[in-house]
Write a protein that binds this ligand. Sequence first.
Ligand code: PLP
Length: 379
Amino acid sequence: MKFATKAIHAGIKPDATSGAIMTPIFQTSTYVQDAPGVHKGYEYARTQNPTRNVLQNQLAALENGNHGICFSSGLAATDAIIKLFDPGDHIISSNDLYGGTYRIFTKVFQRYGVDFSFVDMTTVSAIEQAIQPTTKLIWIETPTNPMLNIVDIKAVCELAKKHNILVCVDNTFASPYLQQPLDLGADFVLHSATKYLGGHSDVIHGAVVVKEKNLADRLAFIQNACGAVPGPQDCFLILRGIKTLHIRMERACENTQKIAAFLQSHPKVASVNYPGFKAHKGHEIAKQQMKHFGAMVSFSLKDDSLDAANKVLSGTDLFSLAESLGGVESLIGHPATMTHASIPLEERRKTGVLDSLIRLSVGIEDADDLIDDLAKALQ
Ligand SMILES: *Cc1c(COP(=O)(O)O)cnc(C)c1O
């Protein structure tokens, strides 16, 4: 089955009791048993819920995995994966990472004795150098946030396999429509479904997809033991969002290509980070591992001051100033003070998160209107 068909049908059947074509929202906390231990596969809704099951099966199909596990947020999914590891275990991640991921690694799990190294993942040798005998996991995000660097998923997975290390790819920025990391050798794919999967900025949700039953069982155990489950209504909203994922991504990526070209030619813009440019360091890898170049773009101004950035940030009408991404509407954000405020200044500067860096999540409006809006704000 091709992706567009899967987005509508995979894992979804009309409801067995009513024929309802849309998966019902099973708003229940418990399930009646015929006799002690005799039930229909559902006992208590922290452990299992039919609406959640349908979504989990669909996500597994979209990522070419075998098992999906849904969580109450992307960070709850991250939390569950890191809880598979023990004090003394070492995890390698990128120095250009979603701010909340950096925060849970350094402010929560480091306190429990898990060790982290943050390296420039665009060079595989930097990862190889960071490997220790205790290294158990490599955590990839690609494209990265907010610099839009590209990590070679296949090359990193090959390196990891040689050392018996697991690989997790945060696929939030690409969505399964653009990139399928399990096919490239990853063990876990993680999503903040809050973003492109949901697609309408109306729900917080997270998911992990794996191939191995053993990993799925251990994650389900942690989910049930720790309790970070999504509500059935939220699962329904993600199911609904996914039905148009491929169409939304096509339009958003097309708009982004036009906007990146406009920014590149603008006299007030210093540099544009967009993997679709031939000159982008990760362009060739992006071409291989992604279907299109994504709908995120960031740029810095020739006048690298907070003041100049503020003028642009408050000068747009269509681009709303907000954190998050991946919705149908375009957003504009300021990583240094918004999404990446939890990353220390020295760390930020090292990775290029300058004071004037502005990040766009391009939506599915008309590209000409979006360009006019940016032109006005840059003026
Ligand atoms: C938003 C985001 C997360 C966290 O997800 P929540 O659903 O907000 O908990 C993780 N990784 C990336 C790349 C994100 O953009």
